[in-house]
Design a binder for this molecule. Sequence first.
Ligand code: ADE
Length: 235
Amino acid sequence: MKTIYFISPFCNLIKCFTSVSILDRAEKKKIVKYEYYNLFDFSDDSNNRIDDYPYGGGDGMVLRANPIFNAFDKIKNNRSKKKFRVIYPTPDGEKLDLNLSKKLALEDNIVFICGHYKGIDQRVRDTIVTDEISIGDYILTGGELPSCIIIDSIVRLIPGVLNTIESAETDSFNDGLLDTDYYTRPDTIRGLKVPEVLVSGNHKEIKKWREERKVEKTKLKRSDLYINYIKNKKK
Ligand code: ADE
């Protein structure tokens, strides 16, 4: 079973996310286990502070190294033989994409360190963090939501988590293209009809239509992907 550990001052935020839908099901099926380490429980400060002013001055606060090191020591305790992938979500990290999620889905022990304010003491990044990951070029107030996004993208790829009906194989990006369009019953609503081919029962034609929609959509919405797709097709 894989274990995903979270070090955060706001573990409840993450619990809300992991306790519903597919992430919750993955835990109930005993495919993954989530463990939460509240940063406030690991402060060595008499006032229980987990942050402090940055050396050299400047705006904002920095999460102190010691509570994070202490929490990580607790995780490693009795698990010394285990290899940990330690992820720090940060806007200056490597951009998350499907390939990175696939690689992370192979790992057995993943630790997330959720930063706040100006981030975490650089010495944590320099010593225990193995992966710095960005979820996009914008700034959120903390690392909890990025951690949730990253684990969501990982857990759904672990064999046994999705039903075949929800299979990840047809997702966007798997073949370098965006996914096709989907419709469900009824076949007409407010005068809007489902494309005829989808109700024709002709599976060959349906497959062809879906492929065409993927290419059209990718060309229209993501020219960067489309250019790569065409290049790879010519090879
Ligand atoms: N923390 C704050 N903003 C972030 C982002 N864009 N990606 C990852 N972690 C973050």
